[in-house]
Write a protein of this length. Structure first.
Lengths: 290, 330
């Protein structure tokens, strides 16, 4: 079982991102995803900066993958995507089928991110034939669903062609919109957002009128109110999940990496907090804890 | 420019055809479509009746099979395709690449439209789906008019847009909010904010709506209480309580009709398979008149006040919006 760090989902200042990746380089994480996946207006780091970071992390012994955006709406955004596709060195995580289309045209392998709708063995087989080498399972699917897909006979002859990855720590990316909810929360229009996401390095919490954590606003992305946390499910993932993904947190990311690594065999379980959930993996509502 | 109307039952289908729809879209009575609600949709016999009725009137029948197939029940989605093809459907509306591939291989001559649930918002994504020989793309409701225009100019494929009805504010097919709260999502169960999880409670005159126990909204006695669709509730952010994601409102693009026509948009889709035959009849009538007006004199089109009155009265919260088509919405 390997561990990966997903892309930073929030809009952090450049200095904070560079500092974070210096720590990543020194950590014992196996795989690192880099790139802006939420909003094309977030340009603290440009393609060249991510590329330089990718080289630095590779030199530090990490497997590096460049993550692309989830919601492409404008031709200019596709031109930016093209730069990632043509980078020449690093594997790409596609989070929109548009990226898969470009990668397939170039004959390049790809990681299918969690927002690619692959729900069954036939879709998976088709994506493998297009170049999928790693499948990040859609966040709403359970361990049982994953098991059901992988145990179909139609998959057996290609099971060695791809690895599986599961989002296991962090607020879950659940939706993407044409609207920017962070700008809306400040009474700004999206066009005049003034990049206000930078003020919210953990996103903006949304609670119900009686105080439950419901969602987290992260620009055009809506995340789960609770932090998803599968630290106690790792032993059940053996044989099903090759890579366990932690989503970068503002603080404590590497402490959690240590806790996950210590509990791979279930020998060092963690007490989940009131704001943690693990429902999706257990075939419950995502916000539930089982 | 086609007027494509929803039908969740035979009476609604007849209402749509009799009031001027060029085509009607329906779903089967199971979780193979994104409006999987109790008491709604068509079984095999009704599907044949629907195809017959529509064809007798020289119109077209589209069948939505637009959820994502489950690993242990893939045959149900295949069977849905077979059933629609055998009943004489003119078009299949599909989202799952496995189902698209099956339909393209098994029924190459049966027209395939890419469902909004496939979430194709850009030219590269549309390109991806061309391998399944689709003839039309239904665009998600997250694009601005400017972005729709750019797609219409750059993509050599028919485009269909949502013209009226409930407004999804998230890129369809990639929204998991409903399963986060209830375990059931449009992708996996064909339902958003399912009714089985809804609870209403009256607290001294204040009405509270909950979804699987989560408080979605509170209504004062003088407020109209709307269905607790989870993205349309009032929540707290910072010190404010407001519709953090979206107000309860309906999409209405009547004002954009000449622009949509000028861009060569092939079809206008009316949302609402869950609505009554009377609703379908009234909406269809208005949109038939509006489309006829734009077809006969595109440069002199103006929206009639009585059309807007009818549509506003049939809208969520009696409010309508241009949604994402209008940049200021964002």
């Amino acid at each position: 079982m390997q561990f990966s760090l997903g892309p930073v989902l929030y809009f952090w200042p450049k200095a904070q991102i560079l500092q974070f990746y210096r720590e990543v380089a020194a950590s014992d994480i196996d795989i690192v995803y880099l790139g802006e996946t939420v909003c094309s207006k977030r340009r603290e780091l440009k393609f060249e900066d991510y590329f330089a970071l990718a080289q630095m992390l590779r030199d530090a012994g990490k497997q590096v993958c460049l993550s692309s955006m989830t919601l492409y709406e404008a031709p200019g955004e596709l031109r930016e995507l093209r730069k990632y596709v043509d980078n020449g060195e690093f594997l790409i995580e596609a989070n929109d089928v548009g990226a898969i289309s470009m990668l397939q045209d170039q004959g390049l392998p790809f990681v299918a991110g969690a927002a690619i709708n692959c729900y069954n063995q036939h879709a998976l087989r088709r994506l493998v034939s297009m170049g999928l080498t790693r499948w990040v399972v859609p966040v709403e699917l359970s361990g049982q669903w994953l098991c059901d897909v992988l145990s179909q006979s139609i998959i057996s002859d290609i099971r060695d062609c791809f690895s599986t990855e599961v989002f296991a720590l962090g607020h879950l990316p659940l939706a993407w919109s044409g609207r920017c909810f962070t700008a809306r929360s400040e009474n700004r229009s999206k066009d005049q957002c003034e990049l206000c996401c930078i003020k919210y390095p953990k996103g903006r919490e949304v609670t119900s009128q009686d105080g439950s954590q419901v969602f987290v606003l992260n620009g055009i992305q809506t995340q789960s109110g609770y932090r998803y946390n599968l630290v106690n499910q790792l032993s059940a993932m053996q044989g099903l999940v090759d890579i366990v993904r932690l989503s970068p947190q503002q603080t404590g990311t590497f402490d959690w990496l240590a806790k996950f690594k210590a509990n791979v065999d279930g020998k060092a379980p963690q007490q989940l907090g009131n704001s943690d959930s693990n429902g999706y993996w257990l075939n419950l509502a995502g916000m539930a804890t089982g | 420019m086609e007027l494509l109307c929803p039908a969740g039952s035979m009476p609604a289908l007849k209402a749509a055809i009799e009031h001027g729809a060029d085509a009607v879209y329906i779903g089967l009575k199971d979780d193979t479509n994104a409006r999987h609600f109790a008491g709604l949709n068509f079984d095999e016999a009704r599907l044949k009746d629907a195809a017959c009725f529509v064809h007798q009137h020289g119109k077209k029948l589209h069948v939505a099979i637009n959820t994502f197939a489950h690993p242990n029940n893939y045959q149900r989605w295949q069977y849905a395709v077979d059933m629609a093809a055998n009943a004489g459907a003119d078009v299949l509306i599909l989202a799952d690449i496995a189902v698209l591939a099956y339909a393209a291989q098994r029924y190459p001559k049966l027209e395939r439209h890419l469902s909004v649930q496939a979430s194709a918002t850009n030219a590269a994504a549309i390109n991806f789906y061309r391998q399944f020989d689709i003839s039309r793309v239904v665009l998600p409701r997250v694009l601005s008019m400017q972005q729709v225009r750019a797609l219409a100019k750059s993509c050599d494929i028919d485009l269909e847009v949502f013209a009226f009805g409930s407004l999804c504010i998230m890129a369809e097919g990639r929204c998991y909010l409903s399963s986060y709260m209830t375990g059931q999502s449009p992708n996996t169960a064909g339902a958003c904010s399912p009714a089985a999880f809804v609870n209403w409670q009256d607290n001294n005159g204040t009405l509270e709506s909950r979804l699987n126990g989560i408080l979605i909204d509170r209504f004062a006695p003088n407020e109209t209480a709307g269905y607790p669709t989870l993205c349309k509730g009032r929540f707290n952010v910072g010190n404010d309580t407001y519709h953090a994601l979206e107000e309860p409102t309906s999409l209405n693009t009547l004002d954009l009709l000449p622009q949509l026509y000028a861009e060569g948009i092939k079809s206008l889709k009316i949302e609402g398979r869950q609505r009554s035959p009377a609703y379908v009849a009234q909406i269809t009538k208005v949109w038939r008149a509006a489309i006829d007006a734009v077809l006969s004199a595109p440069d002199h089109f103006c929206v009639k006040p009585q059309w807007q009155q009818v549509l506003a009265a049939l809208s969520e919260g009696s409010q309508t919006t241009l949604g994402a088509y209008h940049r200021k919405w964002k």
